[in-house]
Design a protein around this ligand. Sequence first.
Ligand SMILES: *[C@@H]1O[C@H](CO)[C@@H](O)[C@H](O)[C@H]1NC(C)=O
Ligand SMILES: *[C@@H]1O[C@H](CO)[C@@H](O)[C@H](O)[C@H]1NC(C)=O
Length: 652
Amino acid sequence: MPDEASGGLFRRLSCTNPFHTIKFFVVCQGFLQLTQLLTSGYMKSTISTIEKRFGLSSQTSGLVASFNEVGNTMLIIFVSYFGSRVHRPRFIGFGAILVSLSGLIIALPHFITGPYEYERFASGSSPNATDMCLPHQKDPSDTEDVCTEGMERENQAVLALLLIGQTLLGVGGVPIQPFGISYIDDYASKSNSPLYIGILFATTSIGPAIAFIVGSVMLRFYVDIDKFSPSEIHINNKDPRWVGAWWLGFIFAASIVAISSIPYFFFPRELPKEEESPQKNITEMNKADLKDELKNKPADMEDFTLGQFIKMFPVVLMRNIKNPIFVMVIFALINLSGMIAGLATFMAKFLERQFTLTASVANMIIGMVNIPGAMFGIILGGAIMKNCHLTLKQATIMCMFSMGFCVLFDVPLLFLGCPTQEVAGLDYSGSSEVGQLVTECNKKCKCRSSSFNPVCGQNNVEYISPCYAGCSALIYNSELNKVENYTACNCVVVDGALGYALPGSCSTYCSRFLLPFVIIACISGFLASLSHTPAFVMILRNVKPEDKSFAIGIQFLMLRVLAWLPAPVLYGSAIDTSCLLWQIKCQKKAACRYYNNTAFRQRFVGVQILYELSCFLSFCIVYFLLIRQEKQALQEEASVGRSPESVAESRV
Ligand SMILES: *[C@@H]1O[C@H](CO)[C@@H](O)[C@H](O)[C@H]1NC(C)=O
Ligand SMILES: *[C@@H]1O[C@H](CO)[C@@H](O)[C@H](O)[C@H]1NC(C)=O
């Protein structure tokens, strides 16, 4: 099917001005939407790295991740209002430039801050490392956690830049999809328009997967790759302190968005309408259905003035909120979207922490397995809906089953994970955040609690620094320029003698759970996304035809405000509650260093199951409401004596 179109495309390109053909516009639009999604998806793939680099809690990073919805939500109504009155290609072009600019702003914190210091008080290369347990060491309290005014200001500037960048990313994205689709719809022939929109949908659906794969590649490089040569970097990407080059991908994404914005300044305001092609075989694709699948499609509200729209919005909202089926389907969608938003933001972090993977590997798994699984679910759900001509009731049953099985599949995930590596001094009972870091064996060392340089003792217990392990000597490899072995460790007692400790975290040896976990998570993601398209279609079929565009608008706002915005923050807060040891920066909690893995898993998967369960229950309620409605309709018909036409009307 696409061969036909692209063949025709290239034949025409050679003889006509490409900027006067809608086909070239479709190509540009596909590329632009792909790069736009790459920018916003890449943000999610680097969130755990940004957390570590700038010392953010998961709650804060969740807020950063969802902040692009703010700009988007505030402006999207105006786009629908302006409709076709503006020079649409030019607006898309400006939007794309804004997206590109926002990518650069998000990368800016890397350039305005100094190099990343994974150990603030000891350079890992120096054999004179102050991380050691040296008697007569100066009391650390006078040097510890000095928070200059500059540092505080720098922290605020970083967060402000991330939030401003994310807001602009949302604002820039506003015109791109709605204007692009309405432009195509206006100037493509009736028979080709659904095909074009289908091609756009297919191209853009691979965007998030590509974003995570780009993330996987970029995070393999060290963050300060532009400031240090590789020989000066003494940690590898398995080290818990490793931070990848998160900013590199934003610059890459910003550049290709900028390139893809160029053609839009050459498209005319209006195009000649594409000629109707003779073969009509593609009109079978239901155009409306395809458009509904595109989440960002706003209402066609060009016929209203802004005043009318604002006046009518509450009226239509009230009218539809009284329709319990509409409300329950929206509620189901809010739960589904909330779950997806939270997972998209923190799944990589979860894999990293739970299975001690590098950020790079975690992103690769998500980009290659989980996202394709979910995309397949969305597309299959739409195809079943369209080809099997499901009635509303059948669609609801399908949603109930897919969500029900999704919950069943996710329950085992509560138990599939690794226990926390035993870290000396951390309290797992949950009674206090930090247990007893200072014990008899390291009391005389006067360790700095802010230093983070994990070592693995001979006894397979992890210590947050050689100092806390009580090590007073080391073996230094001057060729590789790094410490190989910390010895004479007072806290590592093996067979009555002082043991040694090796740099780095202890391995948890539990990769055996990784494969089952990834497979089950992929299946459950597939099942959950199966109900995505049917739920959208159910909303459209459940409102009066004249309210349809408003219903899309209402549903759109509700999903933003109640799902996409708060869910990552909620997930982040749940994750934060399972933290055992916080990094302290300027007397405030910064990033989490150690999680209670079991609590992390149970809370993360628990929030996910709660969302799925309430989505499942909403579909069940919709089902019973539909049955009741059907019965009422039948009773009415029996009393009036009409043929049951109205039941057939509810076919999708
Ligand atoms: C370590 O300390 C000694 C004396 O305290 C000094 O001579 C030496 O240069 C230091 N080495 C490094 C790499 O800083
Ligand atoms: C570390 O040093 C200790 C004591 O010198 C030695 O027994 C041990 O084998 C060393 N370990 C490694 C991995 O080099």
